[in-house]
Design a protein around this ligand. Structure first.
Ligand SMILES: [Mg+2]
Length: 216
């Protein structure tokens, strides 16, 4: 940076402004963000496609159908304590469609939380929206309702010190709507960064955890 400042000082004003604009448009390296994370930060996690594998054209309707993405449960355990809160935020309209009951869904989440606890991790809460997307009153992501509910329930959640990790554009929009940093999970991180609501991208939650912990 000192190099650029030195060179900039010798440029005419217009060119200095252009250089400044260029520098401001450069993406901030993830390590810069990760080094600022401390135990006042909150990590919001999408569920399907981040913690567990998607079931194509279907929903996880019971615990037998749950399949962890390798390394995801361990990633939660590794990040526990690094953040103040770890909170899952998930759209589950399979309930609204009548494919499972709310009780089935709560049972799945209880098993998920117990699995994480079994390897030394802790999820603070799971917020789900079982409304249909066709319901005009729904509170599904990317609407901010579930994030605002978490902020009501847990003292000290500051969205400027929060990260939303998800595998869909609606997760990125949800995080953006609340002023969080957004991280997209998926097989094509380069492509994911084309979405203007995505700040950073990793292939898996495990890789995200590696990057967070490498900077601490
Ligand atoms: Mg998802």
């Amino acid at each position: 940076m000192a190099y650029f400042e030195l060179r900039a000082a010798s440029y005419p004003v217009t060119e200095r402004l252009l250089l400044l604009a260029y520098l401001c448009s450069m993406p901030v390296p993830f390590a810069d963000l990760a080094s600022r994370i401390d135990p006042t930060w909150t990590l919001f996690l999408d569920r399907d496609g981040v913690l567990n594998k998607h079931r194509p054209d279907d929903y996880v309707k019971n615990w037998d159908e749950w399949e962890w993405i390798p390394g995801s449960a361990a990633a939660i355990a590794r990040l526990t304590g690094h953040f103040r809160y770890l909170i899952v935020i998930t759209n589950q309209q399979g309930v609204g469609k009548g494919l499972m009951t709310e009780q089935d869904l709560v049972h799945i989440h209880t098993q998920m939380e117990l699995s994480v606890r079994g390897i030394g991790g802790e999820l603070d809460a799971v917020y789900f929206c079982s409304d249909l997307s066709s319901d005009p009153e729904h509170q599904r992501k990317p609407r901010p309702d579930m994030g605002l509910a978490a902020q009501q329930d847990f003292e000290g959640i500051d969205f400027a010190r929060s990260i939303m990790v998800g595998d869909s554009s609606s997760d990125m929009e949800f995080g953006r709507n609340l002023g969080m940093t957004t991280v997209r999970i998926g097989p094509d991180p380069e492509g994911a960064l084309q979405n203007p609501h995505t700040d950073f991208a990793f292939r898996t939650l495990a890789e995200f955890a590696d990057a967070v912990l490498a900077a601490s």
